[in-house]
Design a binder for this molecule. Structure first.
Ligand SMILES: Cc1cc2nc3c(=O)[nH]c(=O)nc-3n(C[C@H](O)[C@H](O)[C@H](O)COP(=O)(O)OP(=O)(O)OC[C@H]3O[C@@H](n4cnc5c(N)ncnc54)[C@H](O)[C@@H]3O)c2cc1C
Length: 428
């Protein structure tokens, strides 16, 4: 009897969870894929909605998918824990001990692989700016989004109860910064309905971007429309401004100006997590992303596949693959189709990235986007309800991939119904 092929996926995000769920139990020649998924979080949250969890306009508890449930339904093993090292010689992934407070629940352990899929995503890049690590929040993970929301609700209530201004400053005018700014304004509009008088007047959100415009990954028309709308919502937008230091009270600019804020968020730059940068002998680009060929296999190790934000595919066409959910989804779909064939030594087509455009949502106020080169009508500008629907559909398609079309549709319906009866913001 031949043994199973051990496929270990590190990172159950947009790409990794899709891959683990769809490849578990698949045949590779005469062998079966025994899939193990490692993630440091207990539950998966669609990362493009983290800003809503950070603002409290969505709750992680109602939008998350516990890994254990997916593992049970899809037939893979879930190993909770943070991967802290990859040993390419012994082909094993080292996990840190699992703790609850000070108590060690599960000791450090290693998990062996025949093939490793690295899908650990990316994090904001502070480019070594002094004070950022100590004084700024980041919104890269479910836990960070919840931690930011806990802090913000407490600080905001204190400020409003004392009838003083509450301020948030966000560095990074990409989708995260833009969407988070709008969502915080929306939160404050909602709390006003709960009797917190003059909350909008007492809120100050400043969005700081070093480039000459917001949303550099989007067409200029989208960026201008979003910036104009943010300003009309009362967000102070500062472009062409580079932060050179952060401390407990403020962001500091090179000319001596300070931008005071109760809470500071760093949402600029993209880099691969430390785990990736700690792997010996795998070539990476400046952002620490693993260089992979046009079949998404690491160019330095045929046993390692990298996907999503932590990978940099070297494609024959000129296409640069952006760090977006759309790209992570396309790469996952490619591997789900072709990985068994790659492992079997078969010939497969190259991965091709298709730009279907991008959408940015300003809370319930508006949304803007384009349909991209390959989208309907060959591109074009979208706004308003159509763009909001397009943004929602991205998430609903992801849910349908995880849970199947029927259950995915029911989850959508459940969200619509519960939005009619539940408070529109997290209250406790
Ligand atoms: C606030 C926000 C808004 C965004 N909006 C959009 C949008 O509107 N449209 C869009 O296309 N993209 C958007 N993005 C980008 C998009 O979310 C990412 O490009 C996408 O999630 C990348 O998918 P991934 O599978 O590579 O990684 P992720 O989805 O980030 O998943 C990585 C997983 O790896 C796990 N992990 C990481 N390190 C370890 C470790 N050492 N050990 C164990 N587990 C680990 C994490 O817990 C996580 O589950 C947004 C991002 C953010 C932060």
């Amino acid at each position: 009897m031949t043994s199973d092929h051990k496929l270990v996926v590190v990172g159950g995000g947009v790409a990794g969870l899709d891959i683990a769920g769809h490849l578990a139990g698949r045949a590779v020649g005469t062998r079966r894929l025994a899939v193990t998924l490692i993630d440091r979080e207990p539950a998966h949250v669609w990362k493009p909605m983290l800003h809503t969890i950070a603002a409290g306009t969505q709750e992680a508890a109602t939008q998350q998918t516990p890994y254990l449930v997916q593992a049970h339904e899809r037939g893979f093993i879930y190993q909770p824990g943070e991967a802290v090292g990859i040993d390419r010689q012994t082909r094993s992934v080292h996990l840190a001990p699992l703790r609850s407070g000070d108590e060690e629940i599960v000791p450090a352990r290693s998990i062996a692989y025949d093939t490793l899929v690295l899908a650990v995503g990316s994090e904001a890049n502070d480019f070594g700016t002094p004070g950022v690590a100590e004084h700024c929040f980041t919104i890269n993970t479910r836990s960070q989004a919840i931690a930011f929301n806990d802090r913000m609700r407490a600080d905001m209530l204190k400020a409003f109860a004392a009838e003083r201004t509450f301020s948030v400053a966000i560095v990074g005018g990409g989708a995260t910064g833009v969407e988070l700014s709008a969502e915080i304004v929306q939160l404050v509009d909602i709390v006003e309905h709960y009797g917190v008088a003059q909350s909008r007047e007492r809120l100050r959100v400043t969005l700081i971007e070093s480039g000459d415009r917001l949303l550099r990954a989007f067409p200029e028309r989208v960026a201008r429309a979003a910036e104009d709308r943010l300003r009309r919502m009362g967000v102070v937008v500062r472009t062409g401004v580079r932060v050179h230091e952060a401390d407990a009270q403020a962001f500091h600019l090179p000319d001596g100006e300070t931008i005071q804020a109760d809470l500071k968020v760093w949402a600029a730059g993209v880099r691969a997590p430390d785990l990736i940068r700690s792997i010996d002998g795998l070539r990476q680009n400046k952002a620490g992303q693993i260089l992979v060929g046009s079949n998404l296999v690491a160019i330095d190790d045929a046993r390692i596949v990298a996907v999503g934000d932590c990978a940099s595919p070297q494609l024959s066409q000129d296409a640069l693959v952006p760090t977006t959910a759309q790209a992570a989804f396309q790469e996952a779909a490619y591997l789900i189709t072709h990985l068994p064939e790659i492992l079997n030594g078969g010939k497969i087509p190259d991965f091709r990235y298709r730009d279907f455009g991008g959408l940015v949502s300003l809370g319930g106020y508006d949304a803007y986007g384009t349909l991209g080169q390959f989208g309907l009508f060959g591109g074009g500008f979208l706004r308003g309800r159509v763009a909001q629907l397009g943004h929602a559909l991205l998430y609903r398609r992801h849910q349908a991939r995880l849970h199947g079309f029927g259950r995915g549709s029911l989850l959508w319906l459940a969200d619509v119904l519960s939005s009619r009866v539940r408070p529109p913001t997290r209250l406790s």
